[in-house]
Write a protein that binds this ligand. Structure first.
Ligand SMILES: [Zn+2]
Length: 243
């Protein structure tokens, strides 16, 4: 009888050890996973929504940095599909040219209108990529992460918990040809693949052939290349929590 109890206890211990080991391995794997933070700025809800199925197809979560005083229906549908609603001021204001009162009206006060409707805004992108260290100090009291718009920056996921990060434009105007765009994507994917736990922020405004859009072909190239390389698409918000 006693022998049976010991065998049962040993088995239980072995199961616990395997489970804990498994959890640890899973956590290590998650921490080492590299990713892309794909974002769209301003407000092009109907256009963005046309591509929800495409995003799903590549398991791509997207962050939409919107201009609005309060949530619009698009916000709820995007959140339902696993995307993030982030903020970009109420009226696309250049905050470096605003008074303190205007900064409050444009970037801080609307957070409450979103909160009241169940949307917690935790990520903010500066319109025109324009900011100062004073603005960073102020806005970091309200948001977890502030995003710029001018450069390629590869960072460890830990930098995404709280602070200021830059982001690379994918707008058509910045790449004279599809080949130039594809070369850039290949370089980003290559660098990410060699940096455990690293992430890169990229953004555009809409999907299409305009200057400040990313073409459908280029977007699919990015989604496909990232997936082939095992790169995950994160929202900013999910990296502000435990990962
Ligand atoms: Zn903008």
């Amino acid at each position: 009888m006693r022998k049976k109890i010991w065998i049962a206890l040993s088995l239980l211990l072995a199961v616990c050890a395997c489970t804990l080991g498994g959890i640890k391995l899973y956590r290590m794997h998650k921490a080492a996973q590299c990713g892309l933070l794909l974002a769209f700025d301003d407000y092009n809800g109907p256009n963005w929504e046309e591509y929800f199925d495409l995003f799903d197809q590549y398991d791509a979560k997207v962050t939409f940095f919107i201009n609005a005083y309060e949530p619009v229906d698009f916000c709820f549908r995007a959140i339902d599909r696993g995307h993030e609603i982030a903020y970009h001021t109420a009226g696309h204001a250049n905050l470096t040219e605003c008074s303190q009162e205007e900064i409050y009206t444009q970037a801080i006060a609307p957070m409450e209108a979103f909160r009241q409707q169940g949307i917690e805004l935790t990520t903010f992108a500066y319109p025109y990529g324009a900011y100062t260290s004073d603005l960073n100090d102020l806005l970091l009291q309200h948001y977890k992460v502030l995003r710029g718009a001018f450069s390629y920056q590869i960072v460890g996921k830990d930098k995404m918990l709280h602070g200021v990060v830059d982001s690379l434009s994918l707008d058509n105007i910045n790449y004279p040809s599809d080949e130039a765009f594809e070369e850039r994507v290949d370089a980003i994917v290559g660098e990410l693949s060699q940096n455990k736990g690293a992430v890169v922020g990229v953004y555009s405004h809409a999907i299409g052939d305009g200057n400040w859009c990313i073409s459908e072909k280029r977007l699919e190239y990015l989604l496909k290349k990232a997936r082939e390389a095992g790169i995950q698409f994160y929202t900013y918000q999910e990296l502000q929590e435990e990962w």
